[in-house]
Each structure stands twice: as structure tokens, then as C-alpha cells.
Design a protein around this ligand. Structure first.
Ligand SMILES: *Cc1c(COP(=O)(O)O)cnc(C)c1O
Length: 363
């Protein structure tokens, strides 16, 4: 790891830990954060764990003007026997580097990033909520910090990891949601940044989401940006359909985000002997399957909810109710199996979990 020893500067103060009812998503942050700087010519340097604090940035910093930033999202889970598990963290940091490549941000060393994360979590172990279904959400991100208004890749960056204890996503078991098929706005196009986890993709998705909210739909189903025919993603999740016994998910085509949950779902379904196909699928095909009574289940996949069943799709004026609006058996089994592996309650046949050893004792 070269000169990458991580400096430790512990906070003199500790905030009170939240109660289960206060958790929610992304509102509460722990006592410390990880931060590392990049300077052209010097590379990434000065990795450190410091008290959680505001950043002081020049108003001309490039992140504020041209959106050169990338992020990740993963979780740490506390097991019943008090061990801490991460779920496939190497895939998140490898994806961070693919996002970096697309946004002209210098790569980070994956092993170094995982080591930094383990040390940070080790410091913050007491912050991992212990209640069923809760976890510590991890948000690594990189921002361009060169103070300059010219358009070019920044010569300086900061890589930061913050942690947030989060609650149960579904209060009464998993519950199907209503989805509005979006026919006007698009999330991403091939050749664009859809494959990268970058802030701009989220900024451009807000308008459609706002309209869906007003109509009391919980997310939008994104179609391809060229013909608006083919299904891409649902909200900020990947999407799966079970049609006449076969599970279908849109193939990674350059505008779809390569989700860790998506990949895990595909592996599990194959492991169970089910047929899973990654291919192009149109709304027209989905409608025909629905009319023929063959659209058996639909669900989104992502780190936040793991599996989010879809109970209704509204496309133009046509309402399609899926599986009578209740959670289907495949969605249920996937949710149960993945969350059980993540929480260390079930065997981990694919070696997906990584234990965080307590390497730093904090009083
Ligand atoms: C993060 C993300 C996902 C889900 O990825 P996971 O690794 O499964 O959490 C899906 N789609 C988009 C657009 C995303 O940003």
C-alpha cells in the first residue's frame, strides 16, 4: 500500500446513537468520515479518518459548476453474533473506477479503498443499528475540487466516505409499488453517462419523478432514450420480469447501471435452476405478455430495498396489474435469501460477504 497509511484523528465528541424509530434513510451521520486528496502529479495522497465535518471549498470548485462527481452505495450489516459484514464491496469500488473512467476522474486503488472502509467501519461499529432489517449505509463519493471555471477535467479531487445508519425499508414486509411508465423524459442514452453512477443522472431524473409523485406513483419505469420502446430501469433500480416461467432483465447496453443486486439476483436464479435471460425487452412485448396472462412477476433491484416488487404499471392509459398487486414467490424468495446472506443468517455459497475485523478499538 506504499505511503497509504491511514491517519486517525478521532473526534473528541460523540453524538447520541439513534433509536430504531428515528432511523429513516440518509438523515443521520456517524462521528467520523474518511477523506483522501488527489493532486495532479502527486496522485491520491493523505488518506485520513477525521471527525465528520463540513467541507470548506472555494466557490469556483469545478464540482459546483460542471458536475464532475461519482458515488457509490453499499451497506454494512451486524450479524446476530456481533460480526460486521459487507456485501461484495469489491464490486462497488470496481464500479466506482468505471464511473471514474467515464467522468475523467483518476482511479482509486480498490484494495486501498476497501481497507479505508474497513478501518472507518471499525471506528464506527457502535453506529451499526442492531434491529432486524436495519444497516449502516455507506456512501463513498469523489468530487472535483480544482478552483477553476474552464471546462476540462479537474486537476484536484477529494474521495470521501460517509456513513449513515438506516432503517427498515419496508415496515410490514415487502410491499408492491405502483410504477408510471415514462414516455417523455429519459434517464440516459447509449454513449451518455447512464452506466456511470454520477450525480447528473440523478439530477436529470427528478422531473419525471416529481410528476410520478403528483400522480401518486412511487417511481417511473425508464424507457430507452432513442425510440422510447425498450425498458431500461425502474427509478434508480434495475428491473426484472417473470414472463411465462422465464426471468428477463434488460441487457447492459451502455445506458443501464450494472447493479450489484442485479448481478446477485441473476446468479441466484441460475443457481436455483431458473431460466434468466439478459436481453432487450419492449413495453409492447410486456403488454402482450400481460394480456396473455403470462406476466407473472415484476420487481426492481438495488442496495436500498434489495427487491422491490411492482404491483402495477401504468403505460399511457393502460393499467397493468401484476400478480394481483401482491408480492410473488420469486420476489419473496430472492428478498429473503439475499437479506439472510447479507445478515449472516444463511450460508453464503458465492462468498459474497466480507467480514470487517475489529482493527481499531474505540472507547
Ligand atoms: C445504484 C443504482 C442501481 C442499483 O445498483 P446496486 O449496486 O444494486 O445498488 C440501479 N440503477 C441505478 C441508476 C443506480 O444508480
Amino acid at each position: 500500500m506504499k505511503e497509504h497509511t491511514i491517519q486517525l484523528n478521532l473526534s473528541p465528541e460523540r453524538k447520541p446513537k439513534p433509536q430504531s424509530a428515528d432511523l429513516g434513510f440518509g438523515k443521520i451521520f456517524t462521528d467520523h468520515m474518511f477523506i483522501m486528496d488527489y493532486t495532479e502529479g502527486q496522485g491520491w495522497h493523505d488518506p485520513r479518518i477525521v471527525p465528520y465535518q463540513p467541507l470548506s471549498l472555494d466557490p469556483s470548485c469545478m464540482i459546483f459548476h460542471y458536475g464532475q462527481s461519482v458515488f457509490e452505495g453499499l451497506k454494512a450489516y451486524l450479524t446476530e453474533d456481533n460480526r460486521v459484514l459487507l456485501f461484495r464491496p469489491e464490486r462497488n469500488f470496481q464500479r466506482l473506477n468505471r464511473s471514474n473512467e467515464r467522468l475523467c476522474i483518476p482511479a482509486v486503488d480498490v484494495d486501498m479503498a476497501i481497507e479505508a472502509l474497513k478501518q472507518l467501519i471499525s471506528v464506527e461499529k457502535e453506529w451499526i443499528p442492531k434491529w432486524e432489517g436495519t444497516s449502516l449505509y455507506i456512501r463513498p463519493f469523489i468530487i472535483a475540487t480544482e478552483p477553476f471555471l474552464g471546462v476540462k477535467p479537474s486537476s484536484r479531487y477529494q474521495f470521501i466516505i460517509i456513513l449513515s445508519p438506516v432503517g427498515l425499508y419496508y415496515k410490514e414486509g415487502i410491499k408492491p409499488v405502483k410504477i408510471l411508465v415514462e414516455n417523455e423524459f429519459v434517464r440516459a442514452v447509449a454513449g451518455g453517462t447512464g452506466e456511470a453512477k454520477t450525480a447528473g443522472n440523478y439530477a436529470s431524473s427528478l422531473k419525471a419523478q416529481e410528476i410520478a409523485d403528483r400522480k401518486e406513483y412511487s417511481q417511473v419505469l425508464w424507457l430507452d432514450g432513442v425510440e422510447k420502446k425498450y425498458i431500461e430501469e425502474v427509478g434508480s433500480m434495475n428491473v426484472f420480469f417473470k414472463i411465462n416461467g422465464e426471468v428477463v432483465t434488460p441487457a447492459l447496453n451502455g445506458s443501464i447501471l450494472d447493479g450489484v443486486t442485479r448481478n446477485s439476483v441473476i446468479q441466484l436464479l441460475k443457481h436455483w435452476g431458473m431460466t434468466v435471460t439478459e436481453r432487450r425487452i419492449s413495453m409492447e412485448e410486456l403488454r402482450e405478455a400481460h394480456q396473455a396472462g403470462q406476466l407473472e412477476e415484476a420487481f426492481g433491484t438495488g442496495t436500498a430495498a434489495i427487491i422491490s416488487p411492482i404491483g402495477e404499471l401504468l403505460w399511457k392509459d393502460e393499467k397493468m396489474i401484476i400478480n394481483d398487486g401482491v408480492t410473488g414467490p420469486v420476489s419473496e424468495k430472492l428478498f429473503h435469501t439475499i437479506t439472510s446472506i447479507q445478515g449472516g443468517k444463511e450460508p453464503d455459497p458465492f462468498n459474497w460477504t466480507m467480514e470487517v475485523e475489529q482493527c481499531i478499538e474505540v472507547k
